[in-house]
Design a protein around this ligand. Structure first.
Ligand code: GDP
Length: 493
């Protein structure tokens, strides 16, 4: 998981605080030790680590501690020290990484330039394509400029990207990069293009000749945005690289790439603190749609296991139209959805890409103690599994699809929690079974077998599917409660 190394430390700290009466200095120091270790392990720059720990400690001890807050029902409830601590860490993380305005600066008139700079292999060209796609989807016209003349492969790579996106690429092999950028800008003006993205050359390390060239491009075309692309996997070196580029160019901000391949991601926490320049976007994969806006609140939530609902909803909007997304979300969160919706959701989720990344954005940390069961993720992400699920659902009756609870034995039925609106039973057993505790013994064998025969799968597969559905419905229902209840999630805009 992205940021797993850092999350681990906060989880350990939280556990250490659980059951403690208050946030005394001893207790806070002990908890911060766990946080410190994991931040260093995740390659967060050490001065940033110190600054962050000092900040958290001050807030935890200095503030008038609000141990009492108003609960949902207006009754006063005690805030547990571990929750208070997490809250403080959330604020401190947000302050460390933000504020960030992820909108692109626009030129006063005419075309808007975006200059991409960074070391070779950092993901500059790929990110150029991602930004072009994003702008295109927002309805802007875009032109790409191949200003990396030293690597012929780089020009070709950009041309391939341009072709895929249907975006014109300006290239002039052999010419001087400064001339290329100027000529491209001229052509873009004539064509009336909205945005021009300059993909400049990189080197393996920061060197003077490269910097001089970039400075010349900057003063020649005056791009409204200059983004430094940094590979998250270079760890500690990210800070040095950012400083070196920031000294020579008027950087607008940083784009941190390859976070999908790095569980540490420390640079995300250090860059703003060390350079004063915000991270604007995160690269979360090789695909052109894998560019996330950097939202400190969302990231802090993910790190602390509180989830990132805004990010989650953005992902939904990538693949479905907004109205449908809103309707789906409402249905899901209200708990009132059946098997057909479930199938639709799985399909949507699959087209959103990595299930792991998705679950990472859900506030499930507290549910599973940070560890989402692997089988839940992997099964749902598997194509063959989808075909199988579809066959089983098609083999159910209409009634069963609308209310899969019909598969459950009478005694197990109310194990589906009340917010699943489909259950309106008055009598509930004293100890309802959690949906993830359902076993074959809770199912009506004859029903299960009928469906299994109908689609050529095993009874246990049907049991597994319905159980998974129940767990999913329960999770979404809880999510809905959290959002509606103004709990912790209310704090995440
Ligand atoms: P450039 O030399 O800076 O232009 O780097 P490229 O755009 O050619 O990227 C170098 C490699 O990193 C390519 O194989 C890309 O597919 C890969 N890459 C770029 N961004 C990401 C990302 O966010 N995640 C992952 N996993 N790979 C990326």
């Amino acid at each position: 998981l992205v940021f797993e190394t850092i999350s681990k430390g906060f989880r350990a700290a939280r556990e250490r605080l659980t059951g403690k009466g208050e946030l005394s200095e001893d207790v806070v120091d002990a908890a911060l030790k766990d946080v410190r270790l994991s931040l260093l392990e995740a390659d967060v720059e050490f001065r940033t680590v110190k600054k962050f720990l000092r900040d958290v400690k001050q807030r935890a001890l200095g503030e008038e501690v609000q141990l009492v807050a108003k609960g949902k029902d207006k009754k006063k409830v005690r805030v547990r020290p571990e929750d208070h601590f997490v809250q403080i860490c959330h604020e401190a993380l947000v302050d460390l990484m933000g504020p960030v305005d992820t909108s692109l600066a626009r030129a006063n008139k005419g075309i808007t330039g975006i200059m991409m700079v960074g070391l070779q292999g950092s993901g500059k060209t790929t990110t150029t394509g991602k930004l072009a796609r994003k702008l295109q989807r927002e309805g802007h016209s875009v032109m790409l400029v191949a200003a990396d003349v030293y690597r012929p492969a780089a020009i070709h790579q950009l041309q391939v990207l341009g072709e895929r996106l249907g975006v014109p690429v300006f290239a002039a092999p052999g010419a001087n990069p400064v001339d290329i950028c100027r000529d491209a800008t001229e052509e873009a003006s004539i064509k009336g293009v909205d945005f021009v993205i300059y993909d400049t050359a990189g080197r393996l390390t920061v060197d003077d000749a490269l910097m001089a060239e970039l400075e010349n491009i900057q003063s020649s075309v005056h791009p409204a945005n200059i983004f430094l692309v940094i590979d998250a996997m270079i760890g500690q070196d990210a800070v040095q690289t950012a400083k070196a580029f920031d000294e020579r160019l008027d950087l607008t901000g940083v784009i941190l790439t390859k976070l999908d391949g790095d569980a540490r991601g420390g640079a995300a926490l250090s860059i703003k603190a060390t350079t004063g320049k915000p991270i604007k976007f995160l690269g979360m994969g090789e695909g052109l749609d894998k560019l996330d806006e950097f939202r400190p609140e969302g990231l802090a939530g993910r790190i602390l296991g509180m989830g990132d609902l805004v990010g989650l909803m953005n992902d939904f909007q990538e693949v479905v139209d907004e109205e449908k997304a809103a309707a789906d979300a409402e249905k899901m969160l209200g708990g009132g959805f059946g098997m057909d919706d479930f199938l639709q959701q799985i399909k949507t989720i699959q087209s959103m890409g990595s299930m792991r990344d998705l679950m990472d954005k859900m506030p499930l940390g507290s549910l599973f103690g940070g560890d989402i069961p692997d089988e839940v993720l992997e099964q749902a992400a598997d194509d063959n599994e989808l075909v199988k699920i579809e066959a089983m659902i098609n083999s159910m009756t209409k009634k069963e699809r609308a209310d899969p609870e019909l598969f459950l034995d009478e005694s197990a039925r109310s194990s589906v929690p009340a917010h699943a609106k489909l259950t309106r039973r008055k009598k509930r057993p004293r100890k309802p079974k959690a949906p993830d505790q359902l076993g074959p013994e809770d199912f009506i064998e004859s029903r299960v077998q009928r469906v299994a025969r109908g689609c050529g799968h095993q009874g246990e597969d049907v049991v597994a599917l319905v159980s998974r559905f129940m767990v999913m419905r329960d999770m979404f229902g809880m999510l809905g409660d959290l959002m509606g209840g103004g709990g912790m999630l209310g704090k995440i805009p």
